[in-house]
Design a binder for this molecule. Structure first.
Ligand SMILES: [Zn+2]
Ligand SMILES: [Zn+2]
Length: 169
């Protein structure tokens, strides 16, 4: 079995450890991403210092990191988007749960899952991503800049433009 290094937070012992884990295998609708860049968000610091507690964790250990870019390495089965190996992508910082009242009515999800907090994120050599959470990026955009767009750029952008309604002038 192939292994990789991953930065993992142990929710029970509250310890952060860089450790060897199996390279994950993409399931239906997923792809394996070779991580090229991953940001450090203050939420990651809050997770590790215990002030941010995962709401929807499914395991007592989680690979941290929700600002991630990389290259599509392996395609899982049953993909719908025509994604190809080698495509440069950035990853949305979370995913819809697929099970709540919102999701089943094709309305906004009421319990969005956050990468690197509720499920394994990208402080690792490889990470899994559901195909609907991938955004192809141009060759001209460096991986380190692409990685932070889905959180460190879009969060303040939404606060200024959507919530506050700020307009030019
Ligand atoms: Zn963040
Ligand atoms: Zn949902």
């Amino acid at each position: 079995m192939d292994t990789m290094l991953a930065g993992r937070f142990h929710l029970d012992s509250k310890k952060f450890v860089v450790e060897e884990v199996p390279v994950p295998v993409p399931g239906p609708g997923e792809v394996l991403i070779e991580v090229k860049a991953a940001g450090v968000c203050l939420s990651d610091v809050h997770l590790i210092d215990g002030s941010l507690v995962p709401l929807f964790a499914t395991s007592d250990t989680v690979t941290v990191g929700h600002e991630v870019s990389g290259v599509i390495h392996t395609l899982g089965p049953d993909l719908k988007r025509g994604l190809t190996v080698g495509t440069r992508v950035t990853l949305e910082a979370g995913k819809t749960c697929g099970q709540c009242a919102g999701c089943v009515r094709r309305r906004p999800c009421t319990q969005m899952l956050t990468a690197g907090i509720d499920y394994d994120g990208g402080w690792a050599q490889y990470t899994l991503a559901r195909e609907d959470t991938l955004i192809p990026i141009p060759d001209s955009l460096p991986f380190d800049q692409a990685a932070i767009i889905p959180d460190a750029v879009s969060t303040p952008y939404a606060a200024v433009v959507a919530t506050a309604g700020v307009r030019p002038a």
